[in-house]
Structures are given as structure tokens and as C-alpha cells.
Design a protein around this ligand. Sequence first.
Ligand code: ZN
Ligand code: ZN
Length: 243
Amino acid sequence: MTGGPSLRGDHHVHSAFSDDAVSTPAENLAAARAAGLDTIRMVDHVRVSTTYVPDFLAVVRALPAVDGLRVLTGVEAKILDSSGAIDAPPEVLAALGAPDGADRVLLADHQFPGPDGPWSPRVVLERLADGSLTPAGAVETLVTATVRAVHRAGRAQLAHPFSLLPKIGLSEDDVPDDLLDALAAAVVATGTPVEVNEKWRCPGPRVRQRLRAAGVELVASTDAHVADDVGRYAWLRGVEGHV
Ligand SMILES: [Zn+2]
Ligand SMILES: [Zn+2]
């Protein structure tokens, strides 16, 4: 089977510009080279208030060229609410794909995109328990917000899609085919890659196969927070369709 993510790429690698990661971009570059990768996307966490992005991009752009290794950039931001607002500085979003901007924004389901802003998994669980939110309604809101964020960003990548579901007591089995198809249509229309994420082990086989069949570009990612993890795929090696 073809069309799976190439394991010679790692499309989601954090550096110490993220509070919770430890390696420098140079260390991640060396690890990518040692792992024989052909592509690395260097990414760090942002919020609306983040100011370090120009410094991060300058550091990445100053890295020495490595033969056969393509270095891409990005910022990772959560989807804030059901309108698809993105938790990144507006000027960073406006500069995506520009010569002095980051290449893409990685859209993350770190929180549930509620109608009035991000809901923690605990809040979602409470609302599911008291019946003010249904599982089907939660899934529809999550997918619809993601589709809206994809269109708003223009240049996105889906980070660990559906990693939120287990945290709110749901699974990918709760996502109906028509919502997967709506998501696939949005990412295909915008040329948005979708990660198969080693750290979060998602998405699973049904979602991968349906997205792939719709022509979605799947990319491999480790979500490494330390250079030793760059390009290391224990789980993904067992996933069908990788090359
Ligand atoms: Zn994330
Ligand atoms: Zn990440």
C-alpha cells in the first residue's frame, strides 16, 4: 500500500523555544542528519501573546545547510474556539509562507474549541456527564472548528488530529464518516498536510485510510521534545502504508 507517510520526514520537532522542550535547533538538525532524514519541520509552541517567533526563525534560517535535508518551519497553536480562531499572534499568521514568516501553523486540539473559548478536558467531561453536551455534538464541534481553522490559516498542518478524544472519554470511532470527509475536503482544498503523530499515536487506521483515500497528504511526525527522539518511529514503523 502506498500513500502513507514517509518515515524519512519528521514534520513536527520542538526546540527549547518551547518551554517544555530541551534541544536547540542545531541539535535537532544534527539528529535529523544522523537519522538520515530528508525533511525536518522545526516547530515551537505559540500563543497570541508570544514574541519569540522572529528570533526562532532567525536561528533556524542561520543553520548550516545539510545536503539532502530540507528544513521547514512552523508554529504550533491550539484551535481556540468553535469559530476556528487560532491561538497565535496575528502577525505570525499573516506572514505564513512569506519569505520572513513561518511556513505553516500546526493546528492542535490541545483544548476543546468551545463556543466561548477553549474548554479543558475536565470541563468537557462535566458537560458530557450533565447532558449539556452530547458526544456527537462534541465531535461535530471539534471537527467543524478544525475545518474553519484550516481555512482561516490558509497554510496549516494538522498536528496529532483527534488526540483530544481519549481525554474526553471518546474515540475516533465516534467520528462519523461524513465529518471525516468534510475534514478531508478542507485539507485537500487548502493543501494542508495531516500528521500521523508518533507521540500521540494518532490518527488510527480507519481515519488514516479514509483521509488517504480522499487524497490527503499524510506526513510523519515524532513531536520530539528532545533531539534523541527526532526521526525515531517505533509505533509508526508498524503502521501500514509508510514508505
Ligand atoms: Zn501538540
Ligand atoms: Zn508539538
